[in-house]
Structures are given as C-alpha cells and as structure tokens.
Design a protein around this ligand. Structure first.
Ligand SMILES: [Zn+2]
Length: 142
C-alpha cells in the first residue's frame, strides 16, 4: 500500500491509500478518486515531504542537505582546480615574473600557476594582468 496526500481543485487536502502508483493513476483516470469534502474528481498529488521533517529533525535534514550541497560544491571546485593544474605550468615563486613575461609577449602564452604575495598580485592586476586566486580546498590544508 502506498499513501498519497492529495488535494482537489478547491485546495482541500486529503489522504488516499492505493495499492501502487499505477493503481492511483488508473483510479484517477477513471474519476474514482474524489475529494471527501466537495466531491470533486479533479484531484492531484501534493508534493510529498518526509513525515519526520519536523522541528529538530527538519533542521538536521536541512543540515544534511547543506552538507551534501557543500560536498558537491567542493567536488566541483576540486575538479576545476585539477583541470587548471593539469593545463598550467607551476612556476612557484617565479609566478609574478613569468606572468609579466607572458603579458608582455616575452614568453609563450600558457596557463600559469604559482605563488604571489598580496602586494605582487596587486601590482600584476594594476598592470592589467589577469590573475585569479585558486580556491584553497579543505583537503589542501592537510
Ligand atoms: Zn474538495
């Protein structure tokens, strides 16, 4: 048995038990599912929410969801960072120097990663050199 929370065209909410989702569809198609309040056969399923999602449980569910979203975001950023690393030359401390060479056409155009102090980064940006900080991921700290 499967329980659906249904509502009619007049926004009356009620519950219906069916042997399966297909059983519900069949009965609904035949107009056998009617609102107990107004008798309307124009009914539809309401969006289901877990019945445990109340109060503290709801907060936990939301936290779990945020954790999930956070993990997915971190995974996505990790993927992007990995791609950047794979397609870039790590020049370490020579980053500002190499970035300038590329900018002024003294070196081949290529992806660069490396280190720059905040002052060096600001100077590069002032010179119109496009740089971006690679996000630091939680695992990178380890
Ligand atoms: Zn109704």
């Amino acid at each position: 048995m499967i329980r659906y929370t249904l509502s009619c065209e007049n926004d009356h909410a009620f519950e219906g038990w069916f042997s399966s989702g297909a059983d519900y569809d069949r009965q609904a198609d035949l107009g056998l599912v009617t609102c107990p309040v107004c008798g309307s056969s124009s009914v539809g399923k309401q969006l289901m929410v877990p019945s445990v999602a109340t109060g503290r449980k709801k907060d936990e569910a939301r936290k779990l969801m945020m954790d999930q979203v956070h993990r997915q975001a971190v995974a996505k950023i990790r993927e992007i960072v990995t791609t950047i690393r794979e397609n870039s030359e790590d020049v370490g401390e020579k980053f500002p120097e190499e970035a300038r060479k590329i900018h002024y056409g003294e070196a081949d155009q290529r992806g660069l990663i490396g280190k720059a102090t905040p002052e060096e980064a600001r100077e590069l940006i002032d010179e119109g050199i496009e740089i971006a900080a690679l996000p630091t991921l939680p695992d990178d700290v380890n």
